[in-house]
Write a protein that binds this ligand. Structure first.
Ligand code: 72W
Ligand code: MG
Length: 260
């Protein structure tokens, strides 16, 4: 027993040192902060509250945002996610790039891939001209319901389509009576960007001049998509450097105009 004591003391000291190191990293390094907030803290909060992060964001919006005021809904989501828990909304900095592209494109038919909580959906919908239609595809029914309530709180009208993009994109023409999309915002799983873009081409949903805007092409990154957009003669592609939502980590968006 007496021989064990120093061993236990050393083990205890090592454990404390490791915990202090993690704590320091989480507070000073964006990537560590994200690893902590996005994996461990989210699971702990889900378990303790019996809700999910999107539901907690919705409750915050319903508590603090002015009903019918899209800007106050966006501010409520941003303040919650920068102060309380990080979430993968496009955020205000990249959101301003999104706003500018929507305003210059003046689209009538808009498609979004990956609704999540509806933050970018609200951003886009609030800038559309009268009579324009926005469709957003989300495979998680609980997230889709949260998005509907956030969009309703913002006083906007959007069609959330529940299902997988690979199933729904081929049905859009017949079911929704859409000819072409003027603008597509791509922000779902990064490995699906390229496959779904090729699907939009195959289904004849793009016209010369259609604009595609893809989030997160630097972080987490979509290298196959970027390579395709930058080398294909069918697109004119441009990078907009920015930062990851609610953090100082580098990220950016790629705007690609379909030529033919
Ligand atoms: C899915 C991401 C996905 C969810 C949303 C960001 C229909 C980041 C990120 C990000 C839905 C689909 C997912 C398909 N709905 N969804 C779908 N695939 O879209 C990550 C970071 C930052 N069909 O992963 O249910 N987005 C979005 C995370 C960065 O609602 O957008 O801005 C870091 C951690 C750094 F450390 C995925 C096709 C199957
Ligand atoms: Mg994103």
């Amino acid at each position: 027993m007496e021989k064990m004591l120093p061993v236990l003391l050393v083990l205890g000291a090592v454990l404390v040192a490791v915990l202090l190191f993690i704590l320091h990293r989480v507070r000073t390094d964006g990537a560590w902060a994200l690893w902590w907030h996005d994996n461990h803290l989210e699971k702990l909060k889900d378990f303790l509250s019996g809700t999910s992060r999107p539901v907690r964001i919705l409750h915050h919006v319903q508590k603090v945002a002015q009903y019918g005021d899209a800007q106050s809904v966006l501010s409520a989501v941003d303040s919650y996610c920068s102060k309380i828990e990080w979430a993968m909304n496009v955020g205000d900095l990249k959101g301003q790039i999104l706003d500018a592209v929507v305003l210059e494109t003046r689209p009538h038919y808009v498609l979004e891939l990956g609704t999540y909580c509806g933050y970018s959906t609200v951003r886009i919908a609030r800038l559309l001209p009268p009579g324009a239609r926005l469709f957003s595809i989300e495979m998680n029914p609980q997230y889709a319901q949260v998005a509907r309530e956030i969009i309703q709180h913002a006083g906007l009208d959007v069609d959330i389509l529940v299902g997988c993009t690979s199933d729904l994109i081929p049905q859009l023409k017949k079911k929704l009576d859409i000819e072409k999309f003027d603008f597509v915002f791509i922000d779902h799983w990064k490995v699906s960007y390229l496959r779904d873009t090729k699907l939009l081409e195959e289904c004849d949903l793009l016209r010369p001049g259609s604009v595609l805007l893809a989030d997160n092409v630097t972080c987490p990154g979509a290298p196959d998509y970027l390579h395709y957009m930058r080398t294909s003669p069918r697109y004119e592609s441009q990078y907009f450097p920015s930062r990851l939502e609610y953090l100082q980590v580098e990220d950016g968006m790629e705007k690609s105009v379909f030529l033919a």
